[in-house]
Every structure is written in C-alpha cells, then in structure tokens.
Design a binder for this molecule. Structure first.
Ligand SMILES: Cc1cc2nc3c(=O)[nH]c(=O)nc-3n(C[C@H](O)[C@H](O)[C@H](O)COP(=O)(O)OP(=O)(O)OC[C@H]3O[C@@H](n4cnc5c(N)ncnc54)[C@H](O)[C@@H]3O)c2cc1C
Ligand code: FES
Length: 258
C-alpha cells in the first residue's frame, strides 16, 4: 500500500556531484516495501510543481520511524529545491512506489549501475547475502559513488569510467561481458542507468542467456498511472506505465528501438 507521509530529513551529505539524504518515513517501509528498486515521489516545491521520482537507495524498518535514503543530482528546478532543504525540514513523500526488482535474498546477481543509477543497486546488494557482484560505471571518477558500501555487501566490485579516470576505461557493458565470460553462474543481471547503457547491458545478458531486468527512467507526471507521461514502448507494441507497471521491466519486454 502506497502512502503519503511527511518525512523529516535527518541527514544530508554531498557525495561527489550527488546529495545523499536520509529521511524518517513513519511506517512507510513496513507498509509498502515490495522489493529493492522502488522509488518515492517527492513534492519538490511549495507551489504547483509536480512531484519528482527518486529511487530508494536503501531502506530499513526501524523504531519509532522507518528510515530511507535517497541519492540525487540537481537537474532542474525541482531537484534544486530539494537540494536546498535543510536537515530537520519535512518533505511530502508518496511511496514506496513501483514494483522493484524480482529477486530472492539467497540469489546471486550481477548488479549494474550507471551514474545516478548506482544508488538503487545498493538496496539490491543489501537484500542479497553477499554473493552478488556489482559493476559501477560513470562518466568520470566523481560519478562513482558508494563504492565502500558495495564492497561491504558484494563479493566483487568492478568499476568503469568513460574517461578512464577510475577502473576500466570504457563502458560498463564491457565489464558485464568480461564477468559473464569468466563466470556466468548468476540468477540474473539487474541494471539501472541511462537507456543506452541498459540496452547494451541487456544485449550482453541475452548473449549469455542470463535473465535481465532493467529499471527504466522516464519523465513522470502523476506517478500513479493516470496521465500517460511516463509511457514506455514495449516490444509487443503495447505501452506500459513506468510509474505503475515499472520502473523495473524484463529487458525482453522493452522496445529498445523506440
Ligand atoms: C523511477 C525513477 C527513478 C529516479 N531516480 C533518481 C535518483 O535516484 N536520483 C536522481 O538524481 N534522479 C532520479 N531520477 C530522475 C529524476 O526524477 C529527475 O532528475 C528529476 O525529476 C528532475 O526534476 P527537476 O525538476 O530537477 O528537473 P526538470 O526541470 O524537470 O528537468 C531537468 C532536465 O532533466 C530532464 N529529465 C527530467 N526528468 C527526467 C527523467 N526521468 N529521465 C530523463 N531525463 C529527465 C529534463 O528533460 C530536463 O532536461 C529518477 C527518475 C525516475 C523516473
Ligand atoms: S506518471 Fe502519470 S501515468 Fe505514470
């Protein structure tokens, strides 16, 4: 059950170009957590500004209030407003929304995060029991965040940067290919990041016959399936709502040429 809550900002930290924010969220995790990869829809502004979707990085049931962390970059007016909120301020948050990744705690996953798609993969890493591998990618080393947290939760962490300033010089799909060539004993590849990255990762997973789930990023309006702003083209010609049917889809469902 998705709920609307006033959530107090209890900490806020700059992390590279991103802001890492922890919120007290009442019983939101207890009542609406389904799986890692869900998002919250945060009212970003006092006026008529719409809510903005931000992925849950990690969340936990707690007393007296559940805790959730979000990590975001400033892109425009809404995220700038959010970045300016001080610790102690209460945000109007709708969540937890969306489906999340289909995964089992005892499973072994290849977790692939690109840029601001890295944080939600940490929730996936925390959900499993240390057997997964994380592949983190970004334009340069400043975009590679939370590496220590992934190292605590995963058996292996690999990094790729477009400019070669950290790890492999190139895109994450090359590392996905390398890892699956050496060891393809994974239950699934799970990925979050820009669409071209997701398309390439899905292609590699398919080549190795490993199931792949992708978290799609579309602009959103209502966030509850009522406005079609977030429609995503599917391979069978249908259109699905990223907010209600996603944001996570089986990579074979998505029309990558749309
Ligand atoms: C399910 C989901 C999860 C997300 N999780 C995160 C997250 O964890 N951290 C994070 O930093 N961002 C995340 N985003 C993206 C975030 O929602 C947008 O950056 C934000 O809505 C921009 O709002 P704004 O008012 O600041 O900028 P706007 O003024 O609305 O837009 C600024 C620029 O960003 C582009 N833009 C806006 N929204 C999107 C989008 N969804 N996809 C691609 N381009 C967009 C616009 O076209 C414009 O060029 C997520 C989006 C979705 C759909
Ligand atoms: S954002 Fe309105 S239908 Fe998805």
């Amino acid at each position: 059950m998705k709920v609307e809550r006033k959530c107090k900002i209890v900490s806020k930290e700059q992390m590279g170009d991103a802001i890492y924010m922890t919120l007290e969220c009442g019983d939101m995790v207890r009542t609406s957590f389904k799986a890692p990869g869900q998002f919250v829809h945060v009212k970003c502004g006092e006026g008529l500004l719409l809510r903005r979707p931000i992925s849950v990085c990690s969340c936990q049931e707690d007393e007296p209030q559940d805790l959730l962390t979000i990590v975001f970059e400033v892109r425009g007016e809404g995220t700038q407003w959010l970045a300016n909120r001080p610790v102690g301020h209460s945000l109007d948050v709708l969540g937890l929304a969306g489906n999340g990744f289909t995964m089992k705690p005892e499973g072994r996953y290849l977790l692939v995060g690109g840029g601001i798609g890295i944080p939600p993969m940490l929730g996936c890493a925390q959900y499993t029991s240390g057997k997964s591998t994380a592949i983190l990618g970004g334009r340069s080393k400043d975009k590679i965040i939370l590496t220590n947290c992934f190292e605590d939760e995963c058996a292996k962490v690999l990094v790729a940067t477009d400019d070669g300033s950290l790890g492999h010089h190139g895109f994450v799909d090359a590392l996905v290919h390398q890892e699956l060539s050496e060891n393809n004993n994974y239950d699934a590849v799970l990925a979050c990041g820009p669409k071209p990255m997701l398309r390439n990762v899905a292609k590699v997973a398919e080549e190795f016959g490993i199931p792949c789930q992708v978290s799609m990023e579309e602009r959103m309006g209502c966030g509850v399936g009522a406005c079609l702003v977030c429609a995503c083209d599917m391979a069978d010609g249908s259109r699905k709502h990223v907010c209600k049917d996603g944001p996570v889809f089986d990579s074979k469902e998505v029309d990558w040429n749309a």
